[in-house]
Design a protein around this ligand. Structure first.
Ligand SMILES: Nc1ncnc2c1ncn2[C@@H]1O[C@H](COP(=O)(O)OP(=O)(O)O)[C@@H](O)[C@H]1O
Ligand SMILES: [Mg+2]
Length: 242
């Protein structure tokens, strides 16, 4: 049995008890005020998977989620526009200047593009309006591809949530631009422990695995889940084990 069972939409999760405890704590705490968490880890370490489990475990309030993509990293505001699209029907509850700032930033209205401070304050107002009495969870994956201004705005908002019942959980690849979202609470997503890595390997390998081979793969993968699940899928087994 895996540690967290899967579903048709999500494969079972191996290990990650500490990480899930941290995410569950955040979900409890956002009922009382803003909380931020930055998941940092190398490609394939399991950040997106943890975000998937976070959103399933968020049973109160609502969740908005987006993932930045390389093709939009040069388009100002693109990332935040995706994140906020489901919240924009709250726009008319904001004071006029804040409505104008966001509408202009998101290309809904013509006019001079406001600075990060004005847009950031408007964004805080929008999140506040959208959260209401129930918490709002905002999830942004692949922040390494977020356009620059969306990154600046997220950082601005992350430092000023205060009592607004909003959870902001983002995932960013490391090593990378350490300045993005620097100074915010972090959760390092490292390799799986050896036992969990072995178990994950056994989940994905469909032939009997020699113990010695299993150990060599576990060591070579450094517990990186993507390396563990891709090896057999790539047809490299059992020949190319280092
Ligand atoms: N704890 C885990 N247990 C089982 N499979 C995992 C675990 N973490 C990640 N995976 C699998 O490893 C692969 C890479 O994970 P992913 O979350 O996409 O990594 P990242 O977002 O850090 O690049 C996916 O196929 C995912 O299903
Ligand atoms: Mg990912």
């Amino acid at each position: 049995m895996s540690d967290v069972p899967g579903s048709p939409a999500m494969p079972p999760l191996r290990g990650r008890r500490r990480e899930l405890r941290r995410l569950d704590l955040l979900l409890r705490e956002i009922r009382r005020g803003g909380r931020v968490l930055v998941l940092r880890g190398e490609a394939g370490s399991g950040k997106t998977t943890l975000l998937d489990h976070l959103t399933v475990r968020a049973t109160l309030g609502r969740v908005v989620r987006t993932a930045a993509v390389p093709s939009e990293s040069g388009i100002a505001y693109a990332g935040l526009q995706h994140l906020c699209a489901p919240l924009l029907y709250h726009l008319d509850r904001l004071p006029g200047p804040e409505q104008a700032a966001l509408a202009t930033a998101f290309g809904l209205r013509h006019g001079p593009v406001p600075g990060v401070g004005a847009t950031g304050r408007a964004l805080l107002g929008l999140l506040d309006a959208a959260a209401g009495p129930e918490p709002l969870l905002c999830v942004v994956d692949d922040v390494q591809w977020l356009d620059r201004v969306s990154g600046d705005l997220l950082t601005f908002v992350a430092h000023r949530l205060g009592e607004i019942p909003v959870g902001l959980v983002v995932a960013v690849r490391s090593p990378g631009d350490g300045a993005t979202l620097a100074g915010l609470p972090e959760l390092r997503v490292g390799g799986l422990a050896a036992d969990d890595a072995r178990a994950l390997l056994d989940d994905v390998v469909w032939w009997p695995l020699d113990n010695d081979v299993r150990e060599r793969i576990v060591v070579a993968s450094r517990g990186n889940p993507l390396a563990l699940v891709e090896w057999p899928r790539a047809g490299l087994f059992p020949y190319n084990v280092p």
